[in-house]
Structures are given as C-alpha cells and as structure tokens.
Design a protein around this ligand. Structure first.
Ligand code: BTN
Length: 244
C-alpha cells in the first residue's frame, strides 16, 4: 500500500481527489496526501479542520473483493492499524471509540471517514480518509472543539514527525489488510476490542431513528455495535454518534 503517492500542498479534500482517481481506475494502494485541506470533510456531513503542516490528511484507495455491507469492517481495521502505529511511534496508548474515533486522554486526535464506490453486490473501491492531529497546540484548534480535541504533540509533550508515522500506518494497514483478506474480520475484531473504550460501559447512541441508551457489549463480526438497553433488549447499531 502507498506505492503510488499523490502529494499536494493544498486541496479541497483528499477524499474527493482519491474518489476521482479511483473512478478513473487508480490501483489499490494509491494514496493521496495533502499539507492542507480547505474543505476537509468529517463524518455525518461535518467539517474536518485541516490546517497547513500540523496534521496528516490522507486518503487511501482499496479494492477488496467484498460485498458493500462488509465495508465498515475496513474502517475498524484502519482504526486498529492507526492505533498500533501511534503506539509504536509515540509510545502513547490510544483508545478507540466506536466506530472510528481514536482518543488520547479521552479527547479525539484521529478521525476516519470511509466512502464507497460500489454496486449492490460488489465493491469497486473503498476510500479510507484519515485525519490525524499531529502537531497542533491547543490554541490552534477552533474554540468550539478545544474541549474535545487533542493532538499527538499535546499528549506527548513534544513534536512528532509525520513521515515516519505515515510509513508505520501504511505498514500496519498492509499487514492487517492481508490478514483480513486471508482470514476474514475475526482476528481484526479481537484487536479492535483490545483498544475499545466503550465496551462494558453505559453509552448513549444517537442514530437516525432515535436515541438508545444502554451498555455497549461489543461488536458483531460485521462490525455493528451491540447495545443492551435497560430492558435487556439487544440493539445492533449500524451508524450512530456515541456519547459516554
Ligand atoms: C470524522 O468525522 O471523524 C472523520 C474525519 C476524516 C478526516 C479525513 S482528513 C483526510 C480525508 N479528507 C477529508 O476531507 N476527510 C478525511
């Protein structure tokens, strides 16, 4: 992965560029990296703050032979790979908040956005967008996210080099992806659960169809969150915002 890297000083969004490259037939493993994004995109139509030179803003093209329903597994796989890489490079131990936020000290330092080009039965490409706050100081975050955001440098107390981290992420992604293609999601799921903060804890899930409160019991082999509500009903959550 990452044999072909498209590097930009400034883009609207690496997701959009990667999607176009994928549509035009770019091979699996193609990576788009930018110093700055003018219109970085987050999940649920949010903006992703991507200032110049302080973070890692990148999008990776994968072409797994899987049905579209399995694509969320790749988001979880990416979260594990990035957590492993952060741990290896900085010594910090991240937590994963389902499905794909990576936290340090309870605050978000990584976001992952997975987008698909697919038919009903077959994936053409998966674009994994990765945003990592690396060297921001707390004052460099917009005021409205200061209480909930952090960077690797803030947590570590010193600057962190971006290139070795990108390299380590690609290496870990490649290993886990090969494992996934050969053995399915099970081994990835076990690793994911090792990093997950929410398992066994009470959480509130805001879904499109309403709010569910319960205890997070784990994830299914398809990557859905298992929530047990106060009446002991089990809910399987595809997509939601989770609060503790
Ligand atoms: C989230 O909402 O947590 C996901 C954030 C994903 C941000 C990354 S930065 C690189 C890529 N390009 C984008 O526009 N978004 C993703």
């Amino acid at each position: 992965l990452g044999h072909t890297i498209h590097f930009f000083d400034e883009v609207d969004s690496t997701q959009r560029i990667a999607a176009r490259l994928a549509y035009e037939g770019a091979p699996e493993g193609t990576l788009v990296v930018a110093e700055e994004q003018k219109a970085g995109r987050g999940r649920l139509d949010r903006k992703w703050f991507s200032p110049k030179g302080t973070g890692i803003w990148m999008s990776l093209i994968l072409r797994p032979a899987i049905p579209p329903q399995r694509a969320p597994q790749l988001t979880l796989l990416a979260a594990v790979a990035i957590s492993q890489a952060i741990q290896e490079v900085t010594g910090l131990v991240p937590d994963i908040k389902w499905p794909n936020d990576i936290l340090l000290d309870g605050k978000k330092c990584v976001g992952i956005l997975t987008e698909l080009q697919a038919d009903p039965d077959r994936v053409h490409s998966v674009i994994i967008g990765i945003g990592i706050n690396v060297n921001q100081t707390i004052e460099q975050f917009p005021e409205d996210i200061r209480a909930i955001a952090t960077s690797l440098a803030i947590e570590k107390g010193e600057r962190v080099k971006r290139a070795p981290l990108i390299q380590e992420i690609l290496l870990r992604l490649e290993r886990l992806y090969e494992q996934y293609l050969a053995h399915g999601f099970r081994p990835i799921k076990l690793l994911w659960e090792g990093y997950a903060v929410s398992i066994g804890k009470p959480v509130t899930a805001r879904t499109l169809s309403g709010v569910i409160r319960g205890i997070a019991r784990g994830i299914t082999d398809d990557g859905l969150l298992i929530l047990e509500d106060e009446q002991h009903n089990i809910h399987y959550i595809h997509s939601a915002d989770i609060q503790f």
